[in-house]
Design a protein around this ligand. Structure first.
Ligand SMILES: Nc1ncnc2c1ncn2[C@@H]1O[C@H](COP(=O)(O)OP(=O)(O)OP(=O)(O)O)[C@@H](O)[C@H]1O
Length: 254
């Protein structure tokens, strides 16, 4: 049943890779209109959870719903509601950025003129016009991230699910992307993003979930999760990592 209040609802998600359980039981509710940060140590299960959330990876158990639409029962309708920047995005490599955007926009049902106009606008905003003749195959890591974000925005989704959108992006482009995401949320959109940069999450997000070893160990408003401290300190406490912060090797210091 469509649910206007919850943009993304994950219930009891489980994913196993052979003998390893990467995601044990992820349950999360992202209110519509929120800017939701997902944080966790390397290998905690963020990418696996987000991939299941948007229909890129089939869960072994549990459900994912986007505005109440079951991602696995009704994938076409669910995907139309969401724009996704997955980790390690596979892109059509032999096209230029513009060709790729127009092609994907047409696949999503936009007419030729709208597809061309949106491609132009996104390339301009994300500072990719200089690379007009560059094939996506020859893009830098940061440029791939930006064109990936452009593909997520193209069809004007209600929810953006972004796996580390700021990774490898230069500072000016990062400011632009922050502006785009803030405007999107101010206009009623919802964002879920993963990041390792606590300061960025504190600056942008109004809700946070901390994932550790495939489980949600804290979730709520930013203030609730911070619990009077900084997100970084709470993170270290929550994932029990204080003892594992290492010193530099002695041979490095002469
Ligand atoms: N296709 C796969 N096959 C086997 N194991 C996998 C696969 N994908 C992920 N894993 C394992 O699942 C666990 C969770 O990985 P995941 O990529 O979801 O973590 P993450 O929280 O996104 O990490 P990071 O912050 O380093 O990107 C890890 O132990 C990883 O090795």
């Amino acid at each position: 049943m469509p649910s206007p209040d919850i943009a993304l609802e994950l219930t009891g998600l489980v994913k196993r890779f052979g003998p390893k359980t990467a995601v044990h039981d992820v349950t999360l509710s992202v209110p519509a209109g929120s800017f939701y940060g997902l944080v966790g140590p390397n290998g905690a299960g963020k990418t696996t959870s987000l991939s299941m959330a948007v229909g890129l990876l089939r869960p072994d158990a549990g459900h994912a719903r986007i505005f109440g639409v079951d991602v696995w029962a009704d994938p076409v309708r669910a995907r139309a509601l969401a724009g996704v920047l997955p980790d390690g995005l596979a892109l059509p490599e032999r096209l230029t950025g513009r060709e790729m955007l127009v092609y994907l926009a047409r696949l999503r049902g936009l007419d030729r003129a709208t597809a061309a106009a949106r491609a132009e606008e996104l390339l301009e905003i994300l500072d990719l016009l200089d690379a007009e003749r560059t094939l996506v195959n020859d893009y830098s890591t940061g440029m791939r991230k930006k064109i990936g974000l452009a593909t997520a925005l193209l069809h004007g989704p209600r929810l953006l699910v972004l796996d580390e959108p700021f990774e490898a992006v230069d500072p000016v482009s990062a400011l632009t992307i922050r502006g785009i995401l803030r405007t999107f949320v101010a206009g009623g959109g919802s964002v879920v993003l993963s990041s390792h940069v606590m300061a960025l999450v504190e600056q942008l997000c109004d809700h946070v979930a901390v994932i550790d070893t495939g489980r949600v160990v804290a979730a709520g408003t930013l203030a609730e999760v911070q619990d009077g401290g900084s997100l970084e300190n709470r993170f270290v406490e929550l994932v029990g990592a204080a003892d594992t912060i290492r010193k530099a090797p002695s041979w490095l210091v002469s």
